[in-house]
Design a protein around this ligand. Structure first.
Ligand SMILES: [Zn+2]
Length: 118
């Protein structure tokens, strides 16, 4: 019911600024609930987000949920390749498109930008 009231027939994703029909948008908490529980029911904290932006934001909030003492849900993803960088003890890990934050060997890895295709 909030979706119909707060999202127009065609509306703008507050994250990527692209326009989508309502059925391709969800209401997203601009300030994550994990950061401020008092904003959970505040309509001024809700904004339309496209499904891709909502997924990426939700994935990044898993870290916040863990920091807040809540149990985060880990979703396993297949690693497509691992490449050693020649000049440093850093590895590039390629994951499926749309992948966000990951745990690898106990280290949290955040994909800031997707790696180019090989
Ligand atoms: Zn978007």
């Amino acid at each position: 019911m909030q979706r119909i009231r707060l999202i127009r027939d065609v509306d703008t994703c507050y994250s990527c600024r692209e326009q989508f029909p309502r059925d391709e948008l969800v209401l997203d908490h601009v300030i994550p609930v994990a950061l401020d529980l008092t904003r959970a029911l505040d309509e001024r904290n809700l904004a339309p987000a496209c499904l891709a932006c909502h997924r990426a934001k939700t994935d990044s909030e898993q870290v916040l949920a863990r920091r807040g003492g809540k149990v985060a849900v880990a979703r396993p993803e297949r690693v497509a390749s691992v490449e050693r960088e020649p000049s440093a003890r850093v590895y590039g890990v390629r994951l499926a498109p749309g992948a966000g934050n990951h745990l690898a060997g106990g280290i949290l890895v955040r994909a800031a930008t997707p790696l180019p295709p090989t």
